[in-house]
Design a protein around this ligand. Structure first.
Ligand code: FAD
Ligand code: NAP
Length: 581
């Protein structure tokens, strides 16, 4: 089970030299370690938490669960693993996903190379040795040829500093740093700040415990019912009978996971047909609701039809018309990450649940026993800040990463992250990112995105060993072209139109840049494959003693799926307008 240990005393590791250091032991760090060991390389993982699992180690708030179906939100690299692990629910709860992460660590014997309770504070490139010096908050100082950032896209909690926070007498919990022992809100008056995915999952459960719940909402959120259910033996057996087929279909989708979808444009259907179709997709629930038509995230008029439908659903569920009005978003449907809920809107029908609008009059301050908005104090015994994350780059910002000629990554990324394929960045040789900015990452089912990156990086590292190369780094022209392409494609999607964490706009002062790659997972994978087939085109390899030709592909074969432009329709729409560089 979980290694939820308190910080363990240990002597710092100083002076050891490794092939690779990996930062983070979520799904990305664990799989990277597995692949590096498969290549026969020495590697060490540093993890700030006391156990593996990353997101699922930290986000223990009530109601936390995945919103990609568990039978797809799981590793696909081992058929034996797929067969031996059985999920209990359509959307597994956090404890079960954490148990799965621990199972991976044990099954692949990963723990012996993971150092827990240790935060990497600095990584410095040494031009002489062509190695990284990696330092931690526990006094470790190790040398490694490769430094691989598996730090997560949603791992740096955003805790806004409200006036008077230290005056508040009760506990304040951030959903992304939830106490390991859990929290019982029975008999308490609770305030929840935020209405994103974390809030939407936790609010119904907090409401079932608290005597009074006050939700402070800045922006209303689109949410679709999960219709979560226990998985029957029959359902599991049918999927396991041909799991590879499901995995292959998932890889061919822009989202990296498979669901029933409809490619026709919404505006080609009559109003009656649309209503019927939306009802059917609503009845299936979850993120696939956005698959009701092919153009929903590309054409505003089409999007208006699904937004109208979803607003009507909110008004049907929420009895008090004023509360229902407040809960109805007016931005593009699915612009911010779509939420998936169990009884969220219904919760506002409970007499002890109150919604407070802080969109025009923000939270004024915390008082000793409550939260003050517009001169009114709302009593609270405990406060939950479900205020999200400094997404995509937040965990990079916390590490002093210094590359060639003393260049700091934070300085290079001041106006927004710049990478080639979200995998590497000019000036930082042998430094790799898993699901870095500029890759599909959070716009795909993330375990798929992680696996594709890790397999690609493992083949790159294997190739460098094969040809005796000492260092690799992208070319500036290719990086610039990729950054521009990521930016151009984002403009095609309606997702670029609102102030979401995709563009860094959830946190004041961050540059507004659309960070993930929205061209779709298969198009991105094809680009990565082309780069690899051409001997890592777009990269400069140093000191290669053998030819820089097509590499020996050890792990990426399964990602070489043919591009079917019809199947990847939404991405194709974007790509038709903005060619893939
Ligand atoms: P993480 O799981 O974030 O792991 C990164 C690890 O790096 C963390 O453990 C962190 O402690 C460590 N770390 C960071 N900086 C340092 C440092 N300096 N030194 C040492 N260690 C460090 N995605 C989906 O596709 N489907 C879902 O249903 C889904 N649900 C989610 C639910 C929640 C509540 C959240 C927050 C995210 C969800 N995501 C989901 C996204 C999720 O983050 C990914 O699916 C996936 O778990 C990311 O794995 P990772 O290993 O890349 O990063
Ligand atoms: P989030 O989506 O960024 O939501 C944060 C919420 O806090 C927003 O409602 C935001 O309002 C509000 N907020 C932030 N600062 C505030 C302030 N100063 N005053 C008032 N309100 C403030 O964060 P999240 O809910 O943690 O989710 C982040 C991502 O993690 C999700 O989008 C998803 O990718 C992933 N996740 C997935 C699941 C799942 O279902 N599997 C669950 C949780 C998280 P504004 O909108 O106005 O900024």
């Amino acid at each position: 089970m979980t290694a939820n240990s308190p910080t363990r005393a240990r002597a710092p590791q100083v002076g050891i030299t490794l092939d690779a250091v990996v930062v983070g032991a979520g799904f990305a760090g664990m799989y990277m370690l597995h692949r590096l060991r498969g290549l026969g390389l020495s590697a060490l993982v540093f993890e700030a938490g006391g156990g593996v699992g990353g997101t699922w180690y930290w986000n223990r708030y009530p109601g936390a669960r995945c919103d990609v179906e568990s039978m797809q939100y799981s590793f696909s690299f081992s058929e034996e693993l797929d067969q031996e692990w059985t999920w209990s629910e359509k959307y597994a709860p956090q404890p079960e996903i954490l148990e799965y992460a621990n199972h991976i660590a044990d099954r692949f014997d990963l723990r012996r190379n993971i150092v827990f309770d240790t935060r990497v504070t600095a990584a410095t490139w040494d031009e002489q040795t062509k190695c990284w010096r990696v330092e931690t908050d526990r006094g470790d100082e190790v040398i490694a040829k490769f430094c691989i950032m598996a730090v997560g896209c949603l791992s740096a909690p955003n805790q806004p500093q409200f006036a008077g926070m230290s005056d508040f007498r009760g506990p304040i919990y951030h959903t992304g740093q939830w106490p390991q022992a859990g929290v019982d809100f029975t008999g308490l008056r609770v305030g929840v700040i935020g209405t994103g995915s974390s809030a939407i999952q936790s609010i119904p459960i907090i409401a079932s415990q608290a005597t009074q719940l006050t939700v402070f909402q800045r922006t209303p959120t689109w949410s679709v019912p999960a219709w979560n259910q226990e998985l029957t033996d029959d359902y599991v057996r049918k999927i396991k009978a041909d799991y590879p087929a499901l995995r292959a279909k998932a890889r061919a989708r822009p989202t990296g996971f498979y669901f029933q979808y409809n490619l026709t444009p919404a505006l080609q259907a009559s109003a009656e047909e649309r209503e019927k179709n939306y009802e059917e997709f609503w009845a299936r629930g979850g993120l696939p609701f956005l698959g009701a038509y092919g153009d929903l995230l590309f054409e505003k008029d089409a999007n208006d039809t699904i937004a109208d439908f979803a607003r009507r659903k909110i008004r049907e569920i929420v009895k008090d018309p004023a509360t229902a009005d407040l809960l109805c978003p007016d931005n593009v449907f699915g612009c911010k990450r779509l939420c998936v809920d169990t009884g969220y809107f219904e919760t506002y029908n409970l007499p002890h649940v109150k919604l407070v609008d802080v969109s025009k009059k923000p939270i004024e301050r915390f008082a000793a026993a409550g939260i003050v908005v517009d001169g009114v104090e709302y009593p609270c015994d405990a406060i939950v800040t479900a205020t999200g994350f400094a997404a995509m780059t937040g965990s990079f910002d916390k590490i002093n990463i210094v590359g060639r000629e003393g260049l700091a990554l934070a300085e290079k990324w001041r106006a927004g992250p710049r990478t080639y394929l979200g995998l590497a960045t000019v000036g930082f040789p042998n430094l790799f990112m898993i699901t870095g900015p500029g890759s599909p990452s959070v716009l795909a089912s993330m375990i798929q995105a992680i696996e594709q990156h890790v397999d690609w990086l493992a083949d790159l590292i294997g190739h460098m060993r094969d040809i005796g190369a000492s260092a690799i780094e992208p070319r500036l022209a290719e990086e610039d072209a990729w950054v521009e392409h990521v930016n151009e494609v984002s403009k095609v999607s309606l997702r670029s139109t609102c102030s979401s964490w995709y563009v860094g706009a959830n946190i004041p002062g961050r540059p507004r840049v659309f960070m993930p790659y929205i061209g779709g997972f298969p198009i991105y994978v094809q680009k990565c494959n082309e780069v690899m087939n051409a001997g890592f085109d777009g990269f400069v390899l140093e000191d290669a003693k053998a030819s820089n030709a097509a590499p020996n592909v050890r792990f990426t074969e399964r990602w070489r799926v043919p591009l079917d432009m019809e199947v990847i329709s939404p991405a194709a729409v974007a790509a038709k307008r903005v060619p893939v560089v």
